[in-house]
Design a binder for this molecule. Structure first.
Ligand SMILES: [Zn+2]
Length: 92
């Protein structure tokens, strides 16, 4: 049997435990709608792509993920699930 631990308090949880809850969180950059002009289409995108690749090759991969997309998964016991629902961001 697969056993889990509450990621908040450390309590042991069975996979089929009715007091076992899973929290999934996605964090990503809010995007604004793109507006493409004729000037945008006429630009040399090759240079811009090369500049971005060069910039990314010098940046820590974790930092790139932090700026774009992160996904988290937590296992919680019933008590910690109720506390999470009361204040998901840690404030009331
Ligand atoms: Zn807990």
């Amino acid at each position: 049997m697969i056993r889990y631990e509450c990621d908040k308090c450390g309590r042991r949880l069975d996979a089929d435990d009715p007091r076992h809850f899973i929290v999934k969180i996605e964090v990503y950059a809010a995007a604004t709608p793109l507006e493409i002009s004729r000037d945008d289409l006429a630009r040399d995108h090759g240079n811009e792509i090369r500049r971005l690749i060069d910039q990314m090759s010098q940046t820590d991969p974790d930092e790139i993920e932090n700026r774009t997309y992160r996904r988290f998964r937590f296992d919680l016991c019933g008590e910690c699930q109720r506390a999470f629902l009361t204040a998901p961001l840690g404030k009331r």
